[in-house]
Design a protein around this ligand. Structure first.
Ligand code: MG
Length: 312
């Protein structure tokens, strides 16, 4: 099999992340191993099962927010942060089925786009959730062409709209960089050290720990709803498997914040293996509702078109 083209990998990133999200959603806050206990044999179908309030194939807030970012980037031909914030607010006000606590507090605060997250962080001192990392697939594809520093910087700025803690920015920046490398057909696992070198010095050590080749999610010191173990678990899932499908299965089997860990894993694995490696039985059921934007529900074809345009 020949290596996937850049477009194939870009589609893999965006759709692969959404598929991981939808596949993992019914298992959120569940125990370790719940997915493979229910679906012991890979490739047998039925895995896009729904549950816990989710329809089979329904993507959650991770993907919904990624679409909002992607459509803003396409409409403005680049990063227009006040517009991204406005879209987030409009979506949040429409009461999506799921929304992160941190994200909701910032978007409903009434504070301006450029201070809301920072103000919230000053008061709460808690903003290192994975809620910015989870929505980064579209922006990672868009900014990949601009090189390492530019894509990492864009990641930080988008993350900062809702997360005042720099830890959340840096994790999102590392994700952007690993996707950039994969879209260039290089191995993102070989690029971890370079990415770490570009992480803010105050945060480097903690990311170096969770991205180390011998790190295992069992060593996490926080719940995987926090940004460090979430990114670490996604990279671990990529490192310890050899297909998109196995990487996403491994991510969901970790339990906890399964939709987001699988969304991040699916973005990375999709960038590496391409859309051709994402099972059609999973993409066929995928749909992305967009609360606040009419009755829109994106299906995979529409979603693929966004990915194609973002990859330029
Ligand atoms: Mg979610």
């Amino acid at each position: 099999m020949s290596a996937p083209s850049r477009t194939n990998r870009a589609l893999g990133t965006v759709i692969g992340s959404a598929v991981g999200d939808a596949l993992g959603a019914p298992f959120e806050f569940g125990p370790e191993g719940a997915f493979s206990a229910r679906f012991p044999k890979p490739g047998h179908g039925g895995e896009m099962c729904g549950g816990g309030g989710w329809e089979p194939g329904e993507a959650t807030d991770d993907t919904q927010m990624a679409v909002l970012v992607g459509e803003s980037l396409l409409e403005y031909g680049g990063l227009e942060l006040p517009d991204v914030f406005r879209r987030f607010q409009r979506w949040a006000a429409a009461e999506p089925k799921d929304i992160g606590l941190q994200t909701e507090a910032v978007l409903s605060s009434g504070d301006p786009w450029d201070t809301a997250a920072a103000l919230h962080f000053q008061v709460s001192q808690r903003a290192a959730g994975n809620g910015a990392l989870m929505r980064a697939a579209t922006s990672a594809v868009h900014f990949a062409r601009h090189g390492r520093e530019a894509t990492m910087d864009a990641a930080r700025r988008i993350a900062a709209l809702t997360h005042g803690d720099r830890a959340a920015w840096e994790g999102t920046a590392v994700f952007h960089e690993l996707v950039r490398v994969a879209l260039d057909s290089d191995d993102p696992l070989d690029a971890v050290q370079d990415a770490l070198d570009s992480v803010h010095p105050d945060h480097r050590e903690r990311y170096a720990a969770v991205l180390a080749p011998d790190w295992h999610p069992d060593q996490a010191t926080e719940f995987n709803g926090a940004v460090w173990p979430c990114l670490g678990s996604a990279v671990w899932a990529l490192r310890t498997t050899s297909s998109y499908e196995d990487a996403v299965r491994a991510a969901i089997d970790l339990g906890g914040d399964t939709d987001t860990v699988a969304a991040v894993t699916g973005g990375l694995a999709g960038a590496v293996y391409g859309i051709s490696a994402v099972p059609e039985r999973w993409t066929a059921a995928l749909h992305v509702p967009l609360p606040g934007f009419g009755e829109r529900v994106l299906r995979v074809e529409e979603f693929a078109e966004i990915a194609r345009r973002l990859s330029g």
